[in-house]
Design a protein around this ligand. Structure first.
Ligand code: AHR
Length: 645
């Protein structure tokens, strides 16, 4: 087998050198030899609540600190008149704080404003669902005014609501915004004398993804859908580990009624001392049920990552002793039951009570994020034994640490093989040159060990302060040809991070940027989309001698579902290439029509921005096909996808 491979490589080198001497770049695909299957999970999404990705981002709630559970309970709120925070006879046991608003008859009356997440984004003529839990302290009904206030301070919409009863009850109203403003506020005023208790004050757009009341921002969810992702990794990232064990991500706190999901600190609120976000907490309104539901909506395999009993090793570096690890292992087993168990099981019932009696068909689970040192495999091994014993069909993802190479990486890969995980998560945030240079990273990976999950990667162009520019996207596209050619060993890849709010980000670059009203897809987004939409089903052998000058990168796949050959070519040079393509091994010996989709920019530093989101977008044109030959026009600095029937 080894000898055959050697002979193949020698023949290829011979052909390439002959072509190099002739100076002509040619490309050849052998359609008679479909190779490894491309896993349906190959191109996916990494979701982490960083950069206000969940609260203030994908999760459509517009009110910050809706439950008054932040350590300073009025963060996000501007109270006026008499407003106090209380906990007696709470509405929600696990979120016990609520406010009491007292109107003593003064002219100011009493109430409070919410500032949202760097403002509340409202669109003219769009509907918003206000809700709150309320009770009055006296016998008489009282009146509230719920108001939408623009950035100039004008309350342009007022809706009166009656409040009565001494027991907690939910009130709701649909408000139609008379204006568009990214920095609006929600105001509540107590009009009548007396005291009203209020909790869980919420404002959602009525128009959410799939029209769910506790739903997702439509434009952002649509952008995810448009990637055609095969896998959704959640909830991170370092957020899985937490700054401390106490603040690690505990999925059980994120399911059940949203009002009763306890608040958690966000791991990214003070990570970067020069860029602190003291108002960054996790409401868990977007919790594990919603992540599973989103995976289902996207047609992506859910891939939850759980704490392995180590808090962030860059931060507090707390370690759960081995003899105290059992609750963490139980969390993993219970999660599989939550996702897949029958409704008669404890956690399957929780899922069913949330409206999803059908299982979520969880197939993968990750244990630990980017851990390192001996403490990690020691703990991982205990999880693997327990999961294999109860759920042998579930595939387990382990980690190779925070870097693409080096001491920790070299220690962990053999450990992952020894423990026998199914996939190993690799992380690399490197410069564009690294991505170009590493297009062959996986060519010589061990084919017998665990498969690769490129679980976090992005090209960081430090010369532009890590902008999401075209150079970054181009280098990622070049690198991804190598993922694809090696699809027998690379089973998943997810760019990271996914989302960033332009006014509240901690980490860049990111795939999708947004403010409170609009979003922008980066060139890197379009690269992910080009691969996700053109993943194919089997690798095809492709040779292109232009690779020899280090400027061209190529991969080819066969799509058994559509009967198409898909060729991806990345040209990093600043000159165009005319490349004759021959497809050999065709049964009918002719190709019919095709399309050429390409992403191109003359300026490597160019990027898409809010207001000008379409500077760099994919364009499509028909392909002229002649028998089994095509003349490929490859523009300078371009990513090209050719689909040929
Ligand atoms: O993607 C941002 C962070 O990078 C992730 O949380 C972490 O896993 C990595 O260090």
């Amino acid at each position: 087998m080894k000898n055959i491979r050697k002979i193949q490589i020698l023949l290829l080198l011979l052909v390439l050198s002959v072509l190099r001497i002739s100076g002509q770049t040619v490309c050849e695909i052998d359609a008679s030899r479909p190779g490894a299957a491309i896993q349906p999970t190959m191109y996916g999404i990494f979701f982490e609540d960083i950069n206000f990705a969940a609260d203030g981002g994908l999760y459509a709630e517009l009110v910050k600190n809706r439950s008054f559970e932040f350590p300073q309970p009025f963060v996000g709120w501007t109270p006026f008149g008499q407003v106090t925070v209380n906990t007696e006879r709470p509405c929600f046991e696990r979120n016990p704080h609520y406010i009491s608003v007292t109107n003593d008859g003064g002219l100011l009356r009493a109430g409070l404003d919410n500032e949202g997440f760097r403002g509340i984004g409202l669109k003219k003529d769009h509907e918003y669902r206000f809700s709150a839990y309320v009770r009055v302290q006296g016998d008489s009904p009282m009146k509230l005014s719920v108001e939408l206030v623009n950035a100039g301070g004008e309350n342009l919409l007022k809706k009166e609501m009656e409040v009565k009863g001494q027991e907690w009850r939910k009130i709701t109203a649909v408000l139609t915004s008379p204006f568009t403003d990214a920095h609006s506020r929600l105001r509540i005023v107590l009009l009548t004398r007396g005291t009203v208790d209020m909790d869980h004050i919420s404002l959602f757009p009525v128009d959410t993804w799939k029209n769910r009341e506790n739903g997702l921002r439509t434009d952002l969810a649509q952008a995810l859908y448009d990637l055609n992702p095969g896998v959704l990794r959640f909830p991170g990232g370092c957020i899985v580990e937490g700054n401390s064990l106490a603040t690690r991500y505990q999925w059980k706190n994120t399911v059940g009624p949203v009002e009763n999901r306890p608040l958690n600190e966000n791991r990214w609120n003070y990570t970067f001392k020069h860029k602190a976000f003291p108002d960054y907490f996790q409401s868990y309104g977007l919790g594990f049920f919603e992540y599973f539901q989103l995976s289902e909506d996207l047609g992506a395999e859910p891939l939850p990552i759980l704490s392995c009993g180590l808090s962030c090793q860059y931060e507090s570096n707390e370690v759960v002793p081995l003899d105290s690890l059992q609750p963490y292992i139980e969390d993993a087993l219970d999660l599989i039951e939550f996702a897949n168990g029958p409704v008669s099981s404890t956690w399957g019932k929780v899922r069913a009570d949330m409206g999803h009696p059908e299982p979520f068909h969880l197939k993968f689970i990750g244990v630990g994020n980017e851990q390192w040192g001996e403490v990690y495999p020691e703990r991982l091994e205990m999880f693997v034994k327990a999961i294999r014993a109860r759920y042998p069909e579930v595939r387990i993802v382990g980690s190779s640490g925070p870097s693409a190479s080096g001491k920790e990486f070299d220690f962990l890969w053999p450990e992952m093989k020894r423990i026998g995980v199914d996939l190993v998560d690799e992380h690399y945030y490197m410069n564009p040159e690294w991505f170009f240079d590493n297009a062959h990273r996986y060519d010589n990976y061990d084919r017998k060990g665990p498969k690769v999950f490129a679980g976090e990667y992005a090209s960081h162009d430090h010369s532009t302060k890590k902008d999401n520019n075209f150079l970054a996207a181009l280098s990622e596209a070049a690198f991804m040809t190598g993922l694809e050619r090696n699809a027998d060993v690379v089973h998943m890849a997810t760019y990271a991070p996914l989302f960033a709010h332009v006014d509240a980000w901690q980490w860049n670059p990111d795939l999708i940027w947004y403010d409170n009203l609009q979003m922008v897809r980066t060139p890197s987004y379009y690269v992910q989309q080009l691969y996700g939409m053109n993943a194919g089903t089997h690798v095809l052998p492709v040779t292109m001698n232009g690779e020899a000058d280090g400027m061209l990168y190529a991969s080819a796949v066969w799509d058994a579902k559509t009967g198409e050959i898909i060729l991806k070519v990345v040209n990093r040079s600043d000159t165009s290439r005319q490349i004759p393509l021959t497809v050999k091994g065709l049964k009918k010996r002719t190709l019919s029509e095709g399309t050429h989709t390409y992403l191109q920019a003359d300026d490597l530093k160019a990027k898409n921005v809010l207001g000008e989101p379409e500077r760099i977008v994919p364009r499509m044109r028909p392909l002229t096909v002649n028998g089994n030959r095509l003349a490929l026009e490859v523009a300078p600095q371009s990513v090209n996808v050719y689909r040929i029937k």
